[in-house]
Ligand binder design. Structure first.
Ligand code: PHE
Length: 340
């Protein structure tokens, strides 16, 4: 029977508890002395072999030691937890006064920017922005616009025919009909939108591009009103005092029809390579709405008259930013797009 030295066991245990640097160390001490196989438990178990008097005396001491060690382990554990919480606070401290990092934002495509600018100018002049479908019926894209099946003018707007017997609209003009069917004049609308043409691409042609259609109907709307509104539009858009000129032209859905030229923005009318030395640049088609178009939309040509126009959006983007190839607008090349 080895000598049971409770005093030295207490000293050792106390020292180890005191020296524990973290909860893991402390747990080790607990196991070493207090677990079932721990030193103190062994002592308690060995007591039964002792004579009664000694057993009572030692037993009492051992049990007191057990309670005491549990208590100081508990205290130490609280202290260690407190320390580690403080360390976490110090390490994971957040300075909420530092300015936030800005999220990386892209920007709108130049085509969209210009489209919105155009919409804003027309809205300030009382026009509403209307949209229509990109897949159209032959009726809306051609027949209702006074372009019957075998009319040679259909060749000007060659397009993509779909299997569902619809086609990709070749201009935004079909939305004129759709709007007139459902709304009574007087009104002013613009129709920005994507259109399609069966076309070989080059610096000035794409098979997919954007137009902005305009339509104003009332009792006495004239070509003079058209001229004033469009001149004002260009003046506001280019922020330059430009003039427009109207030349006779042909579109089946207007009568009379015009081709609109604007003072060349490069030379301001003096004549330069950009305008072929004429001082003018071709901008769009327009005209007074043809009586057949009004009839096809359910309106009486005796009561209403007005003008319509259709301009290319890419054209304005290219002029505004001096871009010499329309295809840049559809390449998604970041080196190009980042400049806007
Ligand atoms: N829709 C014609 C085109 O695409 C443009 C136009 C619109 C002409 C309205 C006259 C009136 O070429």
């Amino acid at each position: 029977m080895p000598k049971i030295d409770i005093k030295s066991l207490e000293k050792r245990a106390e020292k180890e508890i005191k020296n524990s640097k973290n909860l893991k160390d402390l747990d080790g001490v607990y196991k070493k002395y207090l677990d079932k196989k721990g030193e103190l438990s062994k002592v308690l178990r060995s007591l039964k072999k002792l004579p009664e008097v000694k057993r009572t005396k030692l037993g009492k001491k051992a049990n007191e030691l057990k309670v005491y060690l549990k208590k100081i382990i508990e205290q130490k554990s609280k202290k260690l937890k407190e320390i580690s919480r403080k360390q976490v606070y110090e390490k994971e401290w957040i300075d909420i006064t530092i300015p936030a990092r800005k999220p990386v934002l892209g920007h709108l495509h130049p085509l969209t920017q210009v489209k919105r600018e155009m919409e804003e100018i027309f809205q300030l002049m009382g026009f509403s922005v209307i949209e229509g479908p990109e897949m159209e019926t032959e009726w809306y894209n051609f027949d209702a616009l006074n372009i019957p099946k075998d009319h040679p003018a259909r060749d000007l707007w060659d397009t993509f025919y779909l299997k569902n017997r619809l086609l990709l609209r070749t201009h935004t003009s079909p939305v004129q009909i759709r709007y007139m069917e459902k709304n009574n004049p007087p009104f002013r609308i613009i129709v920005p939108g994507r259109i399609f043409r069966h076309e070989a691409t080059d610096a000035y042609h794409e098979f997919n591009f954007y137009q902005l259609e305009g339509l104003m109907l009332d009792k006495q709307v004239s070509a003079a009103n058209f001229k004033a509104i469009i001149e004002e539009f260009y003046r506001r858009f280019f922020k330059k005092s430009v003039k427009i000129r109207m030349r006779p032209s042909y579109f089946p859905f207007v009568e009379p029809g015009f081709e609109i030229d604007m003072t060349c923005t490069v030379c301001l009318g003096k004549g330069c390579p950009a305008c072929g030395k004429t001082g003018w640049q071709e901008m769009m088609g327009a005209g007074m709405v043809h009586p057949n178009v009004l009839k096809n939309s359910g309106l009486n040509p005796k009561n209403w008259q007005g003008f319509a126009f259709g301009m290319g959006v890419e054209r304005l983007v290219m002029m505004k930013y001096k871009i010499n190839d329309i295809r840049f607008l559809y390449k998604n090349d970041l080196r190009f797009l980042k400049q806007f």
